[in-house]
Design a protein. Sequence first.
Length: 275
Amino acid sequence: MFEEEKFCAKPFLKWAGGKSNLLSDLVKIAPTAYDKYIEPFLGGGALFFGLCPDNAVISDLNSELINCYRVVRDNLDELVEKLKEMPVSKELFYFQRGLDIEELSEVQRAARFIYLNKTCYNGLYRVNMKGKFNTPFGKNTSVNICNYEVLHKASLALKGSKEIIVGDFEDVLIEHAKKEDFVYLDPPYPSVGIYSDFKRYTKQFFNEDQHHRLSKVVKTLDNKGCKFILSYASHEFVNQLYPEFRKIDVQAPRFINCRGNKRGNVSEIIVTNIE
């Protein structure tokens, strides 16, 4: 386990599939020098916050997530005031979940996003086919909705030469990835069991075709002279998609399962072109 005090910031969201517990493994593999850091499946941003790069492009297809990051960077004080007004309760959770986000300001949307993330079941971001958040209340009434120290450090890490954008991973990488850049990829994993399917992260599904599309982009990155790390499930699919790259087996804790006895360490694979 890594020592958190060694890192300048850490994720302020609880994220299904987040890489905080693999951060020490990822940092050991990451290059020590690169021009720009790029992460197109941002999620909780564990590696971004662990490295705190000076120059970065971070993105995600989830527009509510990206709005939240922008507000943490640009309007932290106003966001904190909103969060302080939001006590943990089942009634407020379902009220917030049912709001029409089109009628909310950017700060209100970010406060809602953090509140739902902290109070929903295991921090699982899941939407229906209409793009509506539908994870149930998590019943943990002692959760800290507003950790100012964590939010403040995250806000500082997000400032400076950082682009925070909504976009498809391929579009983002084609436009921004150049020789000597470092790209970290943490896509939705292919399903390896009934409780491991988190594809409904946006209303679009990240299916097998998307994984094939990603593998082509990864090979393009390698040909460009980019360094990359790809996190992946321990799945036979990885050898079909990335036969030519180095693979490292790691053990990652699994916390999201409705059956407590099914939680525990699971095998994951890190794919990289870094020797």
